[in-house]
Design a protein around this ligand. Sequence first.
Ligand code: AMP
Length: 307
Amino acid sequence: MSQPVLVVGSLGLDTLKTPFGEAADVLGGTTSYFSLAASMYTRVRVVAVVGSDFPPEYRTVLESRDVDLRGLQVMEGRTFRWSGQYRFDMNVAETLDTQLNVFADFHPALPEDYRQSEFVFLANIHPALQLEVLEQVQKPKLVVMDSMNFWIEGARDQLTDVMRRADIVLLNDGEVRQYAGTPNLISGSRQILDLGPRAVVVKKGEHGALLLSQEDGVFVAPAYPQEDVRDPTGAGDSFAGGFIGYLASRDDTAPDSIRRAIIHGSAIASFTVEDFSVRRLERLTTDEVLERYTAFRNLTRFVDEVP
Ligand code: AMP
């Protein structure tokens, strides 16, 4: 019953600075956070590229969680690198440097069995690569896509094509405002919904997540009241990993499952931010996730007055 998830995205080395510390050349990229999060629920198939300088121990981090790396190409050259910092408002990442390196010449070639994947995550990467993956997947049941300001500015038309072909568009609040050119999140999300996806999920960092859906209207989820935020990098991709990983593990995309998936995504993301890079995900257990999932129920439960 459980289905594997296919992910295409960046895999590389991050250099990070937050009010709580710094880390250089640590394991990063959208794919690494997504894979470790989704592997709590189901098997993950990776499509990405690294350079010949990618440290073997980072590969082992993914392999030790049974992440399928047959779709990972190793090219002569340097691995993708991103450097970012967070100031006092840790909801906003400030990019200091992006080096696409081997991603600039990359074209995904999916192994034969990857093409039958039914659950697909187009993580934040050049939308042209997201489209190349979509061309190779035969009959997906659920395509979820993510992006960021870099591509909204630099590849808007291709990004719009991906949104048209996706079932669920996953963006953060700043990205929705930037793409739609409006400060209002609801009308911005509605503009994206009008392109054709079944739903838009807006990640709002420490303020939770918002769902706007063709079939299910509006749903709001709180964020876990996390006091221990050291490094918010990867929260969005971990959210995506919990979200799609859960749906794929149930082989179900019905509206009630999508609501539960948002809570799973929120629960996993709340762990990621507790430590730098993927360190917290590496030691995360299923029991911890379930405990936090349950804690979400109490966050918005209230008892009505008896009339
Ligand atoms: P997030 O979950 O949004 O915090 O994503 C964090 C990850 O995005 C980092 O580990 C970066 O390596 C990766 N990243 C940053 N910029 C880009 C980009 N332009 N394309 C692909 N991945 C990126």
